[in-house]
Design a protein around this ligand. Structure first.
Ligand code: DGL
Length: 273
């Protein structure tokens, strides 16, 4: 049996969970959403890296055999550190998204959208330039996309207006490929595609990461198991909001969401004050 851990700052990583669940039905998946400390997209590299280390340690203690860092901001800031410190393979979303963009572009001009942290980190820009130094990358933060998705306003007029404002500079740069470099953005594909036009290829980092993890397991000859795997959803704050908004991501209700503490012993709790 394969046991995979996925982590995200909150519930956006459900886009990655969905592709993993579809492409690797036999895996047991433990999803950890750090809802007590979300958002990561506005926090510093040092803070996000510390959170990511704590969570990967927690997941490894729960005996997962690989960790998928679904959160783009955590992948952008912390992948190198996580790979060096974790005892199991760690997969991020940045490299698979970058690789797909390099394959897709025809005119060599790629756009990247993500949180402020992801864009400021330069991680997508570096990954794309490393794969193909002649490609020009234009990256733009779209911070209002996350709350719009969590409101469920996936195709509203207001979402369209916000997207238009964020995306116009990328249209002006003539990008022919756009990386959706944030967990939530794949839910806005319809609106983004309407604005960018049919000729612009949208790269879904969540989907690309699912393929990459599947390839890894296939190489290890681990996909023969026929029995469907189980899901476990854990969050660091009250589970009710996660279960409610999770419906927007999965079109189904989420059961068995439990609250856990990933920093047991390390943090001061109220009783110490
Ligand atoms: N999950 C985050 C990401 O993909 C978006 C939400 C946040 O800012 O924490 O970057």
């Amino acid at each position: 049996m394969i046991k995979l851990g996925i982590f995200d700052s909150g519930l956006g990583g459900l886009t990655v969970y969905k592709t993993l669940r579809e492409s690797i039905p036999c895996a047991d998946i433990l999803y950890l959403g750090d809802t007590a400390r979300v958002p990561y997209g506005t926090k510093s590299a040092a803070t996000v890296t510390r959170y990511a280390i704590e969570i990967v340690r927690y997941l490894v203690d729960r005996e997962v055999e690989a960790v998928v860092v679904a959160c783009n901001t955590a992948s952008a800031y912390a992948m190198d550190t996580l790979r060096k410190t974790a005892r199991v393979p760690v997969f991020g979303v940045v490299f698979p998204g970058a690789r797909a963009a390099v394959k897709a572009t025809r005119n060599g001009i790629v756009g990247v959208v993500g949180t402020r942290g992801t864009v400021a980190s330069g991680a997508y820009q570096r990954a794309i330039e490393k794969l193909s130094p002649t490609i020009k990358v234009h990256a733009s933060p779209c911070p209002l996309f996350v709350p719009l998705v969590e409101e469920g306003w996936l195709e509203d007029e207001i979402t369209h207006q916000v997207a238009q404002r964020y995306l116009e500079p990328l249209i002006a740069e003539k990008v022919d490929t756009l990386v959706l470099g944030c967990t939530h953005y794949p839910l806005l594909k319809n609106v983004i595609s309407k604005i960018m036009g049919d000729d612009v290829v949208l790269i879904d980092s969540a989907e690309e990461t699912g393929f990459k993890v599947k390839d890894y397991l296939a190489c290890e000859d681990r996909l023969r198991e026929r029995k469907p795997g189980g899901d476990q959803f854990e969050v660091t704050d009250s589970p009710s909001r996660f279960a409610e908004v999770g419906r927007i991501f999965l079109n189904r209700s989420l059961e068995n969401v439990s609250q856990v503490n990933v920093t047991e012993g390390d943090e001061v709790d109220g009783s110490d004050l």
